[in-house]
Ligand binder design. Structure first.
Ligand SMILES: [Zn+2]
Length: 296
């Protein structure tokens, strides 16, 4: 009889574990929280995507943090002027009601105003990047909430998740415990990346459950994270802007014109080769014949 009860309890326990595991987002509450000391954090390798899942997508909040944090907290800057984790209990009441003001005067650690017109849309490498996005809790000009972040980190990396959290709050009226931890390696003034964690409180993580590491990188640019200096990556294939691409390639010796990708066009000697931005009719009007191979 006792044995049967033990078996019954074991089956019950297994069922309970199966049920809890079926929740998309059960927190690992025993895991140590990531604080300002992030040296031990095992960072995912950058593989060309702006961000990567971390800890199986489950945030690392402790039970104590879930139960106690009911405000928005920024870490004081450290001796090098660097930000620490920013954590917020976000809800309808934290969403900003004022239009966003300028943040130009703030100079986060490692800041440089530098542009790469040929390889960055919007040109500038660095943004003053909010840890807790402005659209979630204001905190617009607070230096404890602004890091030197690449355009990729800000727009491709963080913004989609900030927007997701904001939409959840607006639609549900509920709260999200939210933390962004900048990861500085050694004495570097520019963060290697940020860890974003979010968990919707009232529905136990069903609406929002997020743990992602966002890389503070920019394709085509090499960054010295110690200082924030940067240079163009010579091996980077700069994408040609459509308006800068010639419509045709002229051979001024043979008086033929080609489509830009014609194999014959590739063999034209440099001194006979001209890019042509006009129309087909204009090329013909200037005495050029269409190539018989590519038939422009
Ligand atoms: Zn051709």
């Amino acid at each position: 009889m006792k044995r049967n009860i033990r078996i019954f309890l074991a089956v019950l326990l297994a069922a309970a574990i199966a049920v809890s595991a079926s929740y998309a987002c059960s927190l690992r509450l025993s895991e140590a929280r990531i604080g300002a000391e992030t040296a031990a954090l095992a960072l995912p390798a950058y593989r060309g995507e702006p961000s990567a899942e971390y800890n199986g997508g489950r945030p690392l909040f402790t039970r104590e943090e879930l139960d106690s944090i009911r405000d928005v907290r920024y870490s004081d800057l450290d001796a090098l002027g660097r930000c620490g984790p920013a954590v917020g209990f976000l809800g309808p009441e934290t969403l900003p009601t004022q239009p966003r003001g300028p943040i130009g005067p703030v100079k986060p650690s490692g800041w440089h105003t530098v542009r790469y017109d040929d390889r960055i849309e919007d040109r500038y490498l660095y943004n003053r990047c909010h840890l807790i996005g402005y659209q979630l809790a204001g905190g617009n000009t607070d230096p404890r909430n602004l890091i030197t972040g690449t355009r990729s980190l800000n727009v491709a990396g963080m913004l989609p998740y900030e927007t997701m959290v904001r939409a959840y709050i607006e639609q549900s009226g509920g709260h999200v415990l939210y933390r962004v931890t900048p990861v500085f390696q050694g004495e570097n003034l520019v963060a290697a990346g940020v860890l974003m964690e979010a968990w919707s409180v009232e529905d136990g993580g069903h609406g929002i459950c997020l743990c992602r590491y966002v890389f503070n990188v920019q394709p085509g640019v090499v960054i010295d994270y110690a200082t924030g200096r940067s240079f163009a990556d010579a091996s980077y294939d700069v994408p040609e802007k459509p308006e800068d691409s010639p419509h045709y390639i002229l051979n001024i010796s043979s008086r033929k014109f080609h489509l830009p990708d014609c194999p014959a066009a590739a063999e034209i000697r440099a001194d006979n080769r001209r890019a042509f931005f006009g129309t087909r009719e204009e090329a013909v009007a200037q005495g050029y014949e269409p190539c018989g191979w590519c038939r422009p």
